[in-house]
Design a protein around this ligand. Structure first.
Ligand SMILES: *[C@@H]1O[C@H](CO)[C@@H](O)[C@H](O)[C@H]1NC(C)=O
Ligand SMILES: *[C@@H]1O[C@H](CO)[C@@H](O)[C@H](O)[C@H]1NC(C)=O
Ligand SMILES: *[C@@H]1O[C@H](CO)[C@@H](O)[C@H](O)[C@H]1NC(C)=O
Ligand SMILES: *[C@@H]1O[C@H](CO)[C@@H](O)[C@H](O)[C@H]1NC(C)=O
Ligand SMILES: *[C@@H]1O[C@H](CO)[C@@H](O)[C@H](O)[C@H]1NC(C)=O
Length: 476
């Protein structure tokens, strides 16, 4: 207890003396020897000017950054934008901050702030939140690390021609103004220390799968895009994280954090390859004003998971179309059954198609629209086929009778005839006079149905195969 009191007192005295004397804690440390508090914090000297950039004037300051993405998504095709939380850990050398005792210490900014790079997201992105996540940390060799968190809403213009078989690319550009050469670099702060882009996979909320993340650092002149030169580029392969999505809530529990699967998923770095290029002629022109600056770019290469569409669109509509073929196996004479079936399948198809979200904001036809229209056409054709069969069968059976007699006479004659036929049939002699006429009508109808039994499934399967071959092979 007494010890604790002493620590508090030491802290209090340290703070007050630093404030009153205006001297730096580094000086104190050298004179008085290290105390517990002074070992863990570094108080920014009073003569430190946070408006001047560290490093040699006229030479770009190297800033290395790592991105940790704790939250990503959703990617909305309706609003053509996505949400991203990004923790940017950037390090640079500031000789004005001597690191004490060859140790890493926290920087206490209560009296004076240290210089920070000015980060400026591309103009179309909305900054929802921006905060320093932790105190800056000073490492041996006067290297300062700062962790900043940004929440952005970033536009991502999607091409939905092949929806839902589409692949998209969404990017994020961060400009660093004030004479800085910024580059991506992996950091030992994260468990996946070979990748500059680290994503918390259980926190990706999206219908898209992340296949790849590309990263670039380049010079950008806002007055002349011709001066763009990419001095660092690379890409990380993120495929095969399906099990991370299943982990979900499991990795929120402390008991599971040390399991290998959670370790792999919570800070997934991907397999990265990078290359650098010499852009010195362009880098020489980068100015501290900011109209010619260096930038970091991230690009998410996404492919849509088809699970939802397969379960809720493809399979149900396929079944409905298949059900409409039952009609061809039913008797052409059973009009209520066949019209009922036909109309029901048409209505079911209409209901199913309303579940496919229409996109009136797009002025083009998507793959899913072609699918829905195709299925509707097949179902309607099956219903029309019956109308044709029914009409054809009645035509042929009536054809020989109608020119001969008027209806009343015909009806009476038919009745008489059928009675005769029944009598004759008792004798076992020729009774095929009237039934024969009906049979030819049926024959025609049956033939049509018989052909349809093969023609419709063959046509539909050809449509399905063409659809999937065309739209899964088209790569944007
Ligand atoms: C910091 O430096 C700028 C010029 O680089 C100067 O205008 C400003 O007064 C300085 N501030 C302090 C507190 O010395
Ligand atoms: C930044 O990265 C470059 C290249 O990898 C390296 O030479 C430099 O020392 C790094 N700077 C800091 C402050 O980490
Ligand atoms: C600083 O610490 C590192 C290891 O932590 C050691 O190798 C190095 O010699 C130390 N430097 C000084 C000046 O004490
Ligand atoms: C680039 O690749 C080199 C060697 O393969 C590696 O040492 C370096 O850390 C990589 N840089 C990034 C940013 O991934
Ligand atoms: C994880 O921690 C638990 C205790 O919290 C321990 O029982 C278990 O063995 C640890 N697992 C691994 C892989 O270290």
């Amino acid at each position: 207890m007494a010890c604790f009191g002493l620590v508090i007192l030491a802290f209090f005295i340290g703070q007050v003396s630093a404030a009153v004397s205006g001297s730096t804690s580094t000086v104190n440390r050298e004179i008085n020897g290290p105390t517990l508090i002074e070992e863990t914090t570094f108080i920014v000297p009073n003569d430190y000017n946070d408006t001047t950039r560290p490093g040699t004037p006229g030479v770009l300051l190297d800033v290395n950054c790592t991105a940790y993405i704790p939250k990503l998504g959703p990617f909305s095709e309706k609003d053509m934008e996505y949400y991203i939380s990004i923790v940017l850990l950037c390090g640079w050398r500031d000789e004005r901050l001597p690191s004490p005792n060859n140790q890493s210490v926290m920087v206490d900014e209560s009296y004076n702030n240290i210089w920070r790079p000015t980060i400026w997201p591309m103009v179309h992105a909305d900054i929802l939140k921006k905060e320093d996540l932790l105190y800056p940390v000073l490492h041996p060799g006067s290297v300062v690390y700062l962790m900043q968190r940004f929440d952005f809403r970033v536009p991502c213009l999607m091409q939905l021609y092949t929806y839902p078989h589409d692949r998209q690319m969404c990017s994020l550009i961060l400009g660093f103004v004030g004479g800085i050469k910024v580059r991506w670099q992996a950091s030992h702060y994260f468990q996946s220390d070979n990748s500059p882009i680290i994503i918390s996979m259980p926190h990706v909320r999206s219908v898209f799968r992340i296949d790849q993340v590309d990263f670039n650092s380049f010079t950008l002149n806002v007055q002349s895009y011709g001066d763009t030169c990419i001095y660092q580029s690379g890409s990380c392969d993120y495929s095969g994280y399906d099990e991370c999505l299943k982990m979900g809530i499991k990795c929120f529990k402390a008991e599971n954090l040390n399991t290998t699967s959670c370790l792999k998923c919570l800070q997934k770095g991907g397999k990265c390859a990078n290359e650098t290029q010499d852009c010195s002629p362009y880098l020489d022109k980068v100015n501290p004003v900011g109209d010619f600056h260096t930038t970091l770019e991230l690009r998410f290469v996404l492919s849509r998971s088809l699970g939802y569409q397969i379960l809720h669109t493809y399979v149900p509509s396929f079944c409905v179309v298949a059900v409409s073929w039952i009609s061809f196996w039913l008797d052409p004479a059973s009009a209520p059954a066949r019209t009922g079936l036909g109309v029901t399948t048409v209505l079911t198809m209409v209901t199913l198609s309303t579940k496919v979200r229409p996109a009136p904001e797009l002025n083009y036809i998507r793959a899913i629209d072609i699918w829905v229209i195709g299925c509707k056409i097949f179902v309607v054709l099956a219903l029309l086929e019956y109308a044709f069969v029914n009409y054809a069968s009645r035509q042929t059976s009536k054809a020989p009778k109608s020119p001969v007699r008027t209806t009343d006479e015909g009806e009476a004659e038919k009745w008489k005839h059928s009675l005769d036929a029944k009598e004759e049939s008792l004798d076992g002699t020729n009774d095929f006079q009237l039934p024969k006429l009906t049979f030819t009508g049926y024959k025609m109808a049956k033939k049509l149905d018989y052909v349809s039994r093969f023609l419709f499934p063959a046509g539909y399967i050809a449509f399905v195969i063409t659809y999937f071959v065309v739209f899964t092979s088209v790569d944007q």
